[in-house]
Design a protein. Structure first.
Length: 72
């Protein structure tokens, strides 16, 4: 299971909630995040995925665009 959200939801708390629900969080990091700070295991996992496999990360993240563009 995956969860995608925009940068406004990029927090350790949200990453932990997704991880606790066995969902992989695809939430981009804000531009001021350097990777030098703390974080939790899921934060580090997604930080490396975001920086080392950006194309794959964004492919998953952009699935949210499909949901947002669907009308009822």
């Amino acid at each position: 299971m995956e969860v995608s959200a925009d940068k406004a939801y990029s927090s350790i708390r949200n990453l932990r909630v997704a991880d606790a629900l066995s969902a992989r969080p695809y939430i981009p990091f804000k531009s001021n995040i350097t990777g030098a700070g703390g974080g939790c295991a899921v934060w580090w996992k997604m930080w490396y995925h975001y920086n080392l496999n950006r194309d794959d990360f964004l492919q998953h993240y952009h699935k949210r665009s499909n949901v947002e563009s669907t009308s009822a």
